[in-house]
Design a protein around this ligand. Sequence first.
Ligand code: 26V
Length: 817
Amino acid sequence: MKIVNNNSKVKEIISNVENKLNNNFGTTLEEATRDELYKAGAGCIRDDIMHLWTKSRKKTEDLGLKKLYYMSAEFLMGRAYSNNLINSGVFRDYKEAFEKMGIDFDDILDEESDPGLGNGGLGRLAACFLDSLSTLNLPAIGCGIRYEYGLFQQKIIDGSQVEVEDDWLRDGFVWEVERPELTMEVRFNGEIRENWTEDGLKIEHYNYHTVLAVPYDVPVMGYKTNAPATLRLWSAKSKQNFDLHSFNEGRYEKASADSEFAEVISKVLYPADDHMQGKLLRLKQFYFLTSATMQLMVKHHKGKRGDLHTLPEYAAVQINDTHPTLAIPELMRILMDEEGFGWEEAEDIVSQIFNYTNHTIMAEALECWDENMFKLLLPRIYQIICVMNQKYCERLRTYYPNDEAKIAYMAIIGNNQIRMANLCVAVCHRVNGVSQLHGDILKTNLFHDSYNIYPQKFLAITNGITHRRWLALANPELCDLIQDNVRGDLLGDYRLFEKIMPMADDAEFCRKYDAIKQRNKRRLAKYLKQKQGIEINPDSLIDVQCKRLHEYKRQLLKCLHIIYLYKQVKKNPDFLSKPITFIFGAKAAPGYQRAKEIIRLINSIGDMVNNDPATKDKMQVVFVENYSVSVAEVLIPAADISEQLSTAGLEASGTGNMKFMMNGALTLGTMDGANVEIFEQVGKENIFIFGATVDEINSMKQYRTYNPGTIFEQNPMIREVCNCLIAGELPRYGKRKYSDIYQSLLFGEHNIPDQYFVLYDLPSYVEEFEKVYDMYINHHDEWVKKAVINTAKSGFFSSDRTIEEYNEKIWNLPTYK
Ligand code: 26V
């Protein structure tokens, strides 16, 4: 092996970058733009990764290793450049090389667009999983859609959210490789004919529309991996680039209709995570993804192994939420209609391959499709689902012979709807929740009746986050401090976090740890000043709630609390002895009016608090624009408090909570999702828990004992805070008050009291916040000790642990050596 000392590595990078500038851009170091410098540097590390990737893919095939297909409608990858450098172990060398060339490396990293091909937790989880799969050398391919426009960029104008398109491909995407030779054809609409021939029944699909699916592959570089994973994103293209025949005959509209039908499919990511909308285009997107993936999987296996009966030995498919469910009937279709398999034979293969992860139990989120729309778009898939449903219901009748109501509830088709979660539960080998609590709720609640029949199908695997991105990249100083105090390689071994437990009692270590937090706060202050022109006090207590905006996540609870504090400080100037900065970051689904109204409220409260001479030096409210992976990387390491306020039972897991914990923020949260496991890891001394538990919430619902009106009447604090929403004292952007929000808190909707129990939990929240504040201000050493314990216990939440568990319990993939 060639031993390269650092200095020569740096020299080599400089020379490679110069060559790239010269050869690819016809420019020089002196003349290059920032974009060219970014692309030249990225191109250098890309060359190394490509080499490894090509070699390991070939070897994986030659060895016949089983492979995972992780199917997801969303992959929220974030920027790749710095991550690839860290995972290749050369970040420092590149930084030094650029500095030697007289270039600020952070500016160069900032050139890269942030591929936002996801809404939130589900998409980010998929990205963390690919990082861990790659790091653990498990053969895997992530399959998704190459949306031309990712999640909208958010601007705040006059206090309100304004959406701007996210043209992330505009300057090109250096990490992808187009694979036109793997193009698949996906068929929509048309009719089905059944022909009896000498060889039996043949299914003929005719009059259909064809759309081409062109894959673009992106290597996913894990930490010191030998086998980078692949992210395969499908892009839709028209088969006839332009129908010249129709055009020549004067039928201009028909000539372009075909290309419009096709290319709109991968145009844009749906930004809604508030409720399921049965939009035709979305159904097209999902079938497009699943059909292309399944066709290629089958073609590949046939090409390599010949016999499709052995497919389950070579492939496992994970369905990330129900969006890719159509892969199941699509594989049935391919096996039966194209490969001549009988129903039972095909079903046997399918039931071994597929597994399903559920990410939410909220009824309005469960994916259903209108039967008539479905039948028109996907006539053959519809027939297959009908037969699956029929057979499934027959089977269920043997378990629940006299209970048609139960069968109707569990059926795949009902009320003219096709229910994707029920389809998954009917067919999949394993069904998992994403935290222990969420897994329990699936068993006792959502899938209760199936659980009674097939208990072995159900399990819980607690989510995780990659500590490469969320510690090494986001918080390099803290990462170094930990690494300096353990033996072994932290980035490759999450178990080492635990080894710093004793350091919680080491004054010198704690001092350094705290100093890093202070520097991260300064870095955030600089960032906010630069990007948004906002000045914050980096010496204040930094309290952060950043996540998608949703009523169940209860940004409103935090708003009410800030109003409460404001009122207290107005009455008593000494109420807060040290200033607090409240930071929010959140995108609202564009059609979710209440969520947008809450953003407006946050900004109104900010205007009131930040401009009032009585409070402006004590508290500040900041709304960070365009919350995204890159913003999270700066925000989370600077936080002292991690706000995790969801109504118990509604947040399946949460993953932001884990990122904060790892970076030494203390959790202030409910007993919900993975907060429960954070509580178990760190112990009750090192977390701040408030609010109703799942059982309490369920009992209030069951016995209808929650009465916000009574709470309002009996509690003067709540009265004062709620009245502020309508009294007109809040600066009113657009002169609208917040009476809708006020009404919803007090009277709920459609005669059902507020489902999120905001007023119920407010007093307990206020009380717990006081403890947090007191600890931070008056017992700071103890605070830092708790933060260190949080970091030390965060190894469990590395996605490496999560992926090990999936592999052990579900996939059984071999490691590539
Ligand atoms: C959709 C909907 C639609 C209706 C109302 C509630 C709701 C909530 C979320 C979504 C988005 C799709 C599911 C999703 O992103 N779930 C998130 O998945 C994360 C990864 O497992 C998990 O940590 C979050 O708790 C979960 O909300």
